[in-house]
Write a protein that binds this ligand. Structure first.
Ligand code: SF4
Ligand code: SF4
Ligand code: SF4
Length: 246
């Protein structure tokens, strides 16, 4: 049983009206969402799927409580510009799903794919689109995000589990999202316990574990900037201890 967030639910029998949107992407994040629904039957009576380019025939964008968005925005695509405007007007809250929507991902960083701007192949993640900035509260890392993570995020959103949601809020404002985050946020601060979770979370195999020190090695050339490593690390998002000056 979920308690209802007054920011999203205005009436007792109100269903959370959600939509799934697609900019330039491989659709892997939407497929991960579909995988999630296999284990998410229990939340279907709490949620109304009002828009999906894969699952609904609806063409116009309805007013929504939450819009889940995958992919990066092409700065010269008129259809993308129109969809950005519609989302800015019709979605109460936007969640960036996956590395492309959150940080640019392979659309922005893969070698040989990014042409000098302006061209038709110049992309920005939705977290950096000015018109959407006030609406985007959360970014879910991954390429694609694990379906179990998507399910847990959905539950946390419905239950207003702020502790669980806070790292996703942090990720919405993180523009780097690469393996260097681990070095600066975890290893350099002395938090790394050598568990190896970051290397298993990396879809590009850009992180390996140094067998002597147990610490991560990072190969930036093959990082696709998905943000999974920092999000998966059990030692990340900790406050940095400060010296005592007494
Ligand atoms: S984040 Fe990865 S899986 Fe998701 S749309 Fe981009 S390339 Fe595809
Ligand atoms: S997941 Fe975090 S704690 Fe574990 S090895 Fe990687 S950086 Fe260290
Ligand atoms: S190092 Fe791997 S997990 Fe971390 S951001 Fe790069 S591709 Fe993603």
């Amino acid at each position: 049983m979920f308690y209802r967030d007054s920011r999203l639910f205005e009436e007792d029998d109100f269903k959370l009206k959600v939509g799934f949107f697609h900019f330039s992407s491989c659709s892997g994040c939407q497929v991960a969402f579909l995988d999630m629904f296999e284990e998410a039957v229990e939340i279907l009576d709490t949620v109304e799927l009002a828009y999906s380019n894969m699952l609904t025939k609806r063409k116009e964008v309805p007013h929504l409580d939450v819009a889940f968005v995958e992919g990066a925005v092409c700065i010269e695509d008129r259809n993308h510009a129109r969809l950005v405007r519609e989302l800015s007007e019709k979605a109460k809250l936007i969640v960036a799903v996956g590395g492309c929507a959150s940080f640019g991902g392979v659309r922005r960083f893969s070698r040989g794919n990014q042409f000098p701007q302006p061209t038709h192949q110049s992309f920005v993640p939705i977290t950096e689109v000015e018109l959407l900035r006030g609406k985007i509260k959360y970014a879910i890392p991954g390429c694609p995000p694990n379906p179990s993570l998507l399910y847990s995020f959905f539950l946390a959103l419905l239950e207003v589990n702020e502790d669980f949601l806070t790292p996703f809020e942090f990720m919405a404002h993180s523009h780097n999202a690469c393996g260097f985050d681990l070095i600066s946020e975890v290893v350099n601060k002395g938090f790394c316990v050598g568990c190896g979770t970051c290397s298993t979370a990396c879809p590009a195999r850009a992180i390996s574990t140094d067998l002597e020190s147990g610490k991560p090695n990072f190969t930036p050339e093959i990082c696709v900037h998905c943000g999974s490593c920092l999000a998966a690390c059990p030692q990340s998002f900790k406050p940095y201890p400060q010296p005592t000056y007494t």
